[in-house]
Structure formats: C-alpha cells, structure tokens
Design a protein around this ligand. Structure first.
Ligand code: BTN
Length: 244
C-alpha cells in the first residue's frame, strides 16, 4: 500500500515526531530514526536510544469505535512484532504482559502506545516500537534490567533494514486484521508466547500488590491472575515474577 514512511537521522522521539507531523497521519504512516535524544518508555521511563543500536520506529493508526476498541491493541502489536522477528530467523521470543518483547528471558524490545484522543469516533494511536539490534556495552550499563540484543543472539549479522520492513509489514497486516476480527484470533498465540505462563507472579498496581498464578489473558486483553480470593483480571499494572 502507498503509505508515507519518513526516515530520520536524529529525533527527540519518533513517537513525538509522528504526533507532530499530520502529513504522516494515514493508517500505516510511519517514521524511523537512527537515534533518539529523548526516547520514551512506558510508565514515564527513559528509553536508551544511542545511534544505530536499535530499531526506533513509530506507526500511526486511527481505530474506529473508541477506547474499548483499542483494549487489545497492545497485545496485537506485541504478537505482530514477534511474528516479524521470527521471519528474520529469531527464535526464543516471548511476551511479557502487556507487550514487552523478551528473548531467552531478557528484554529485547518494548512498545509504547499513545492514544491521542478521539476525533469523529476514532482513536488516534501512535505506536512506538524499540528493538535492540546491537547495543553498545556502555548503554547496557545504563539499563536497570537484564536485556538482550539481536546481534549477540544471531550468528549472522543483523540486517536492520530487513527487520524494519518486516515489522512495518507485520504491523499493517495485523492492525487491519485486528480492526476486522478483534482480539479473539490472537488469544491463543498470545498465551503461547506468554513469558509467565502458569508461573507465580506479582502484580503491582499503584499502592496495591497482588500475588498469584498467571493464567493468561481474556478477550479484552486483561491479564488473568489466580489469587487466593479468585481469578482477577488486571487492565493495568506491572507484572514481575514472584520471588520466593
Ligand atoms: C517500554 O518498554 O517501556 C517501551 C519502549 C518503547 C521505545 C520506542 S523506541 C521508538 C518509539 N519512540 C519512543 O520515544 N519510544 C518508542
């Protein structure tokens, strides 16, 4: 399809850039950068974005049907990115709810979905994807959790362009499919990719903590955890594995 793609050298954040460039606001319109000076992660965190070390990509999509329609969106994006990487020969990928991308137990990439409010019953989404391709050690030291990158994992050299193309294609395809068919066709696949499937986890939601067995996701994309008091559906919060 004929959609605009902007390739940039350095930006503050591809999400911010996309937000501020209405000429790219066509479903599938996207921008890519070599480096970000103010890369953003979820929960207000910083996303380390040195030159050429990762894929920094954002895609625009307007969904009809308001906020409920985008409930499962993050999960679909996670699955779409995993499928794209699998096409590039990457094995051992998993998803940490809602959509952190893990490779052999360590974080490989993340997704930041920002909803720009509703116009004419449409939710305007900026979908940001960051995937570590070849992170320098100096950057790794600034990351506060175990991380992975593709170049240390794959025997062959990482072709960032081909990964970018596959991610863009897969996002387009799956977002169209999600609009038509909803989350249902993805539930099975998501559960298979679930990093914490059947594990004991801790959910942190603001001041509250809950512990239980991670069961999977429901039709709205909420995470199901079996607590002592019964099964609870989490629509937000941070999941981690429960330490003994
Ligand atoms: C996370 O796991 O916290 C989400 C990280 C998302 C990072 C990507 S990189 C491209 C896009 N631009 C940003 O500023 N953030 C996202």
């Amino acid at each position: 399809a004929d959609v605009p793609l902007q390739v940039l050298s350095v930006v503050d954040s591809t999400n911010t850039y996309l937000k501020e460039h209405p000429e790219l606001h066509i479903n599938g319109g996207a921008c890519l950068a070599e480096a970000q000076t103010a890369g953003r992660g979820r929960q207000g965190r910083k996303w380390q974005s040195p030159f050429g070390a990762s894929l920094y990509l954002s895609m625009y999509w307007a969904f009809s049907g308001g906020y409920q329609a985008v409930g499962g969106l993050s999960l679909v994006i996670g699955v779409a990115v995993v499928e794209a990487l699998q096409k590039n020969g990457v094995e051992g990928l998993e998803l940490k709810w809602p959509n952190d991308i893990y490779l052999e137990g360590r974080k490989l990439g993340g997704i930041l979905v920002e909803i720009e409010g509703q116009i004419n019953d449409q939710s305007h989404c900026i979908i940001g994807v960051g995937i570590n391709t070849c992170l320098p050690e100096a950057t790794g030291k600034l990351i506060d959790q175990p991380y992975a990158d593709l170049s240390s994992h794959l025997a062959m050299e990482v072709d960032r362009n081909s990964i970018a193309v596959n991610v863009l294609d897969s996002l387009q395809l799956n977002l169209m499919r999600f609009e038509q068919d909803g989350l249902k066709p993805y539930l099975n696949q998501w559960d298979k990719l679930n990093l914490y499937r059947n594990r004991l986890v801790r959910m942190i939601c603001g001041q509250n903590q809950f512990e239980g067995k991670c069961l999977g996701v429901n039709q709205d994309g909420a995470l199901l955890v079996e607590l002592d008091t019964g099964v609870k559906a989490f629509y937000g919060g941070e999941i981690s594995v429960r330490s003994a």
